[in-house]
Design a protein around this ligand. Sequence first.
Ligand code: FAD
Length: 617
Amino acid sequence: KADVKNREEGFWRLSKLGVPLSKDPGKDFIGVSQPLLEAIAKVLEFPVASMLPQEAFSVVRKSFDARKLLKEPEFVYTVDMDVKKLLELEPRTWDFIDRLEYKVGLVEYMPSEKSSLDLISIIHDCKNSREGKQDMHNSYKSPHPERPKVAVVGSGPSGLFACLVLVELGAEVTLIERGQPVEQRGRDIGALVARRILQLDSNFCFGEGGAGTWSDGKLVTRIGRNSDSVQAVMKTLVHFGAPQDILIDGKPHLGTDRLIPLLRNFRNHLKELGVNLKFSTRMDDLIVENKNVLGVKVSNVRQDPGSGNYNLLYDAVVLAVGHSARDVYQMLLQYDVDLIPKDFAVGLRIEHPQELINSIQYSAMATEVREGRGKVPVADYKVVKYVGEGNAEASPDSGDPIRSCYSFCMCPGGQVVLTSTNPSEVCINGMSFSRRASRWANAALVVTVSSDDFDAFKCHGPLSGVEFQREFERRAALMGGGNFVVPAQTVTDFLDNKLSVTSLPPSSYRLGVKAAKLHELFPSPITQALQHSISMFDKELPGFISRDALLHGVETRTSAPLKISRHSDTYESTSLNGLYPTGEGAGYAGGIVSAAVDGMYCGFAIAKKLNLFQGNI
Ligand code: FAD
């Protein structure tokens, strides 16, 4: 109690506050409703909920819980209580605060000040502390007569956030992107989907915003949802137009339709700050002298090959090219850059009718989903199993190592899309729009693979994982019969090792599917692990194995197949000075948010090296 008295300045975090679905204003409401105040009053043991001032509480997290053991599905809240404000507005709560007890995971004291900063504010704080107060948009007063020049190669989340930090802190930044701005990229993707024209540098992987632009835009991350860095990224996304609810939603997502204007705002901000934006410009090579990177060789991809090639010199080069830039990996080999193969996962993408997933997850409540317009969110799922030797749930293939089999990048109300960057290869992924209103639910079902698997396919050396991916992407293209048609098999036939002979259930994939023996696409340990885990997933999600569930091949680019070695403190390559590998392609991130965080830290590390910034972030 004595402690509490000393802590009246701080915040209490109240978790697991349940509000029944029928009383909650719905998934899009992010404020403090009366039913939520009632749940808070119960925890505080305060008798009159309506006397609690809403202003003293802020919602930190809101998730939907439809577990079958609950009488009624509910929204579960985490709320921060500002004790000072509460006591000011309603002094009669003091006795109740005084009696409040810690309960780990339920009632906890948050002694530190809550951070309300977005990344742009953080950067300005850094600048202010070094230069004395200055306005947000005042031009940068460099301590150097000349501003250091930095190239950021790649405009995915990692490149954009590195770029933002560097330009805000005073570097002269050029953003080099092989693909197109979102407007033209949208037209190129339209031509791919409607007329099977694959632009090699402007597609689902390449172009403004990177691989995640035409995506579901899930913003979930495994790197600590409440960490300052993740919050800084999320707040920056809100700054550029993302809805506020991503800050509190337990499973935040944007959808392609929201990502496109957000990226346009991001671009305009960078432009205003003087970033030199070079779209349709591919980095083909580095300029290296005595292990120092001096710049890049680029070409304009919309001009004839050979014309429009030129060299650009920089003090630092950020390599934020993603994991589909296999030409860049190849190029790095000639400079003996340390590329270390790493484990990743391969598999197939499963698609069910969304209605089926809604009913598996919500039973009778499924009708409340109403194509994303209702209170109940469109249902998703996440499943994971371990199969293999020594595991209680061992797969029939007893000699196989333990493998993790899991669902990945689930897109409720979405569609399956082509993420190939080469016409002789087929690989797929999923995307959706913000309402997640399509008839289908898709997710990758993948199995971990390691260097033993690469060796077995005679894929050796630093690019062994890339060769392994390519092998199955080529097989999938052959099985589909060309023209980006995707090989497919019902999940029941996949489990029975037989070709689907009756007509396939409909698919959201727009370029066509063809019945194929997907059970023969991967080596048998991978196929068996997939088959075994699917049977186990069905126990968790009864109905998952269904004649209406269609498997599509092939999902290979779940994460980078290698790591580009770098120093952990400076982010500089261990092989070449002045080169800064970052984001997913370098093997340091997986997903939009973690790539953005990595790019942000990389930006600060370079700024430190270039004497633009002295602090610690
Ligand atoms: P990327 O986003 O891959 O960006 C790399 C950029 O570099 C690209 O724009 C590329 O054009 C450019 N580039 C490459 N080579 C060169 C070169 N030589 N010269 C110039 N430019 C070059 N993640 C999530 O968290 N949530 C999701 O819902 C989600 N859905 C996805 C859906 C799809 C269809 C795909 C493909 C991916 C999805 N991901 C999702 C993964 C996510 O997109 C990536 O993890 C993230 O974009 C990685 O960011 P990055 O900046 O490291 O690289």
